[in-house]
Ligand binder design. Structure first.
Ligand SMILES: [Fe+2]
Ligand SMILES: [Fe+2]
Length: 405
């Protein structure tokens, strides 16, 4: 199976995964052979990619950490909540003047969330618990597949960040209460983007100095919005506030620093002026991973191995080094189901699919070799265990390189 752009779909392509609508309901079931009318409908509804069968290795099912249905359901709720908050932001002088004026417009009272807004927030608390239940209860080593089927980027991104953040937080042993604050903070971390022009958010290419200043307002605005909501703790607001800070003080908006460790930390140290909170440092790693793993108007999604290289390169200066080390231990560079090219050894240049991971050697999976280096389909697939072929490397195949029958 592989992800195909809906622009490239052909009649007869078979869905390998169910496509869900914004409400989390199945729109087209796995196994459906696409007719022209279905393809048109998918494009009209804003789906960018769907997963289709490749006719070669469809029996290899990727492990999923969180069900796609739950991800879609939460993305729908996040969208609804952002809508509610957007109404309030618009009523209160959104976009006029600078950040300080916008904060002043919010006033010091709790925000007047209407009943629907309160329900939406309660729903998010319930979603956060469902997410934690699925992740804490899972011992699978799953790839972090992004919800990239729909075009409402901010909402999918929010869910992706919450999934990765919760995975990291749970594997480092955070308590249930702290995990809930982390996950809610991740879901709402970009809420302040309500104050940024969409044309700037989706702009391909480099932002002007003025546009970047506008973007840099979103952590503060997110914090100011969340802390005026009926939330159980201020910590989710700080995840939003600090998610663009960096370990060496080179981030924004306050130039906080980190010590590149996971902990344990004293209460005073955690809350100390000038220092990032651990849950915000987790959010920062999750934010970068989600951003580079998603299709954007200005660039394609990076495959997991390339995204992992990038994140490792950011450890120390930008991202908390120990959190990045944990990340690379628990998230596979080549998840099950991924099409790869074999580099080196007798199968060099051949292509195949990752079939099995080994927890203690995640960098050395098993690969089923299906296509020879000359592009011919092998009569019999070869099973390659990379643990016994130490000189062999792998490279993820891009969408346009995926072989099909
Ligand atoms: Fe952000
Ligand atoms: Fe973000």
């Amino acid at each position: 199976m592989f992800d195909k752009l809906t622009d490239d779909l052909q009649p007869g392509d078979v869905l390998a995964r169910t496509v869900f609508d914004a409400g989390g309901q199945p729109l087209l079931k796995a196994g459906t052979a696409l007719k022209p009318s279905y393809i048109t409908r998918l494009r009209h509804r804003g789906y960018v990619t769907v997963t289709v069968e490749d006719g070669l290795a469809d029996d290899v099912a990727p492990e999923t950490l969180v069900s796609e249905q739950l991800r879609h359901t939460i993305a729908g709720h996040v969208g609804g909540f952002f809508g509610q908050m957007g109404d309030i932001a618009r009523e209160r002088g959104r976009g006029q003047g600078g950040v300080d004026e916008a904060v002043e417009d919010l006033g010091e009272q709790p925000l007047p969330l209407a009943d629907r807004g309160r329900e939406a927030l309660e729903q998010l608390y319930a979603d956060v618990q469902s997410l934690i239940n699925e992740i804490v209860g899972s011992d699978t080593v799953a790839g972090l597949e992004s919800l990239k089927t729909h075009n409402e980027y901010t909402f999918q991104h929010s869910v992706d960040v919450a999934v990765i953040g919760t995975l990291l937080g749970s594997r480092m042993g955070l308590s249930g209460g702290r995990l809930r604050e982390l996950a809610l903070g991740c879901l709402l971390h970009d809420l302040g983007k309500l104050y940024i022009d969409e044309a700037i958010l989706d702009k391909p290419g480099k932002l002007s100095a003025e546009e970047f200043e506008a973007v840099k307002a979103h952590p503060r605005m997110g914090y100011e919005l969340i802390r005026r909501m009926p939330v159980a703790s201020l910590l989710p607001a700080h995840v939003a506030y600090q998610h663009h800070e960096q370990q060496r003080g080179t981030g924004y908006p306050n130039g906080l620093v980190g010590d590149n460790r996971i902990g344990p930390r004293l209460h005073e140290e955690r809350m100390g002026a000038g220092k990032m909170l651990l849950i915000a440092e987790i959010g920062a790693v999750a934010d970068v991973h989600s951003a580079v793993s998603s299709d954007r108007p200005y660039r394609r999604a990076m495959p997991p191995d390339v995204a992992a290289d990038l994140i490792e390169g950011m450890a120390g200066k930008h991202l908390n080094r120990e959190i990045v080390e944990l990340f690379t231990r628990i998230v596979p560079r080549f998840p099950v189901g991924r099409w790869v090219e074999v580099l080196g050894g007798e199968f060099s240049g051949a292509r195949g699919v990752v079939t099995e991971l080994h927890v203690l050697r995640m960098d050395r999976p098993n690969v089923r070799v299906l296509i020879d280096a000359d592009g011919e389909r092998r009569a019999a697939p070869a099973e390659l265990d990379l643990r016994t072929h130490e000189h062999v490397q792998l490279r993820s195949l891009d969408r346009h390189e995926q072989p099909t029958r």
